[in-house]
Design a protein around this ligand. Structure first.
Ligand SMILES: [Zn+2]
Length: 425
């Protein structure tokens, strides 16, 4: 086991739950002259116990004797320890169960041989099953210590390993479950220009993107997503309800969302939202999801495309550019793109930009009362549409070249009309 590891020599070995339990205590490790297993080194994200479904599935995997993805360690010669860089959540969830943190096994799938264990704590399991868990061996891979020389490199490997294991499984599983959906998505993608992130999506992040695309569609379908804490649950329900069989209605909805998003994306390109001040291309800087969220939020919050183009030219482009150039925002997004808090913050940020721009738009759009009164005098007190006298209290300023077509809010572009004439236009 772990004590055999020689510094700087990568070893592939196995480690049992019993060993993990014992030697994740430095006292025990020193007593038995074994290496200390640091389950939670500083660069790990915070431990959050899994929900009942995930943890039950983990325990079931062990009981079934299935092989899991390897746990990854890196030696720390100075601290005489090995540090866990991938698998911390699995280890902690198993050990918490064994230490009886109050967790009872949840619902197993109906065909599981362990269905009868639902509702039981570790100590309530038959002794042979408890032994099975204690003796379960995880494959342990060891990273060369050289990685430690660069904290950035270590962080990179950590992120890579952490990002790779879970999505890969769900991706492959979902491929089987939602074959129809993926086929449909492929069809939709072919409608998009090859350079569009949506078209490129298929090749990014090992299938995570397909799920993200579903997430984005849900973000676009705004009411569903107002409460983002329910995000995963909402998708799960929506995916289960809609994707295994693509009904014509669902297909139409997805297609409509994607087309609307594509149009906004095209506009953003044309307007140059994703081009920096010195012409540098910000797209390379931002991850995919970032782009898609902005597009989806625009599509959700600005229903009128002309209005979008108008706002974007004046205002949105600069604001989004500033948002995207916040270097730490991009870094943070790359590191924590699985974090619901961050996505909520991002969407909040995007919403604030769009909402404030919409308000400014409305302000800039209105003629002042003084301007209207002055112009009405020049018109001899007559409505510019029907030619009948108009009382100042009933008068409205109207853009001769419509605001939505780029007409300015200036005296030259103003005609004063009856309120009802304006409405009837
Ligand atoms: Zn009139």
């Amino acid at each position: 086991m772990a004590a055999e590891i020689k510094p700087n020599i990568p070893a592939i070995t196995k480690i049992t739950i019993r060993e993990l339990h014992c030697y994740s205590s430095r006292v025990n490790a020193e007593r038995d002259k074994k290496i200390f297993i640091d389950i939670h080194p500083y660069y790990q994200r915070a431990y959050e116990p899994w929900d009942s479904r995930a943890r039950t599935a983990l325990i079931e995997t062990i009981l079934l004797g299935r092989v899991m993805n390897p746990i990854w360690f890196i030696p720390n010669i100075t601290a005489h320890s090995i540090e866990c860089i991938d698998g911390m959540h699995r280890i902690c969830n198993i050990l918490d169960f064994i230490k009886d943190d109050g967790f009872v096994l949840g619902k197993f799938v109906e065909w599981s041989p362990y269905c009868a264990l639902a509702g039981k704590r570790f100590v309530e399991l038959p002794v042979e099953l408890r032994e099975k868990i204690w003796n379960y061996a995880l494959v342990a891979n060891h990273l060369e210590e050289a990685y430690r020389e660069s904290p950035a490199q270590l962080q990179y490997v950590y992120e890579l390993l952490n990002g790779a294991s879970k999505p890969l499984n769900s991706y492959e599983l979902n491929r089987v479950r939602f074959a129809n959906f993926y086929e449909f998505l492929a069809e939709c993608r072919s409608d998009f220009p090859a350079t569009s992130p949506i078209a490129r999506g298929a090749n990014i992040a090992r299938g995570q993107l397909d799920k993200r695309l579903v997430i984005i569609i849900a973000v676009y379908r705004d009411p569903l997503l107002r409460d983002l804490t329910r995000r995963e649950g909402v998708f799960e329900a929506w995916i289960n309800a809609n994707l295994a069989k693509i009904t014509p209605q669902v297909a139409a909805e997805i297609k409509e969302s994607l087309i609307k998003m594509r149009n906004y994306a095209d506009d953003m390109r044309e307007i140059g939202i994703f081009r920096g001040e010195q012409g540098e291309n910000l797209e390379g800087l931002v991850v995919h999801e970032h782009f898609l969220y902005i597009v989806a939020r625009c599509a959700a919050l600005i229903h009128n495309k002309e209005k979008f183009r108008r706002i974007a030219r004046v205002d949105l482009a600069a604001k989004f550019r500033t948002l995207l150039q916040k270097q730490n925002l991009c870094v943070e997004l790359k590191q924590r793109d699985r974090g619901i808090k961050f996505i909520r913050a991002l969407i909040h940020y995007i919403d604030a930009i769009i909402t404030s721009s919409l308000e400014e738009f409305d302000t800039k759009r209105c003629f002042s009362r003084d301007l209207i009164a002055g112009k009405l005098k020049l018109q001899g007190g007559m409505c510019a549409i029907c030619g009948i006298a108009v009382d100042i209290g009933d008068a409205e300023g109207d853009h001769i070249v419509p605001y939505s077509s780029g007409g300015m809010t200036t005296p030259e572009n103003l005609q004063v009309v009856h309120r009802h004439c304006n409405r009837a236009k």
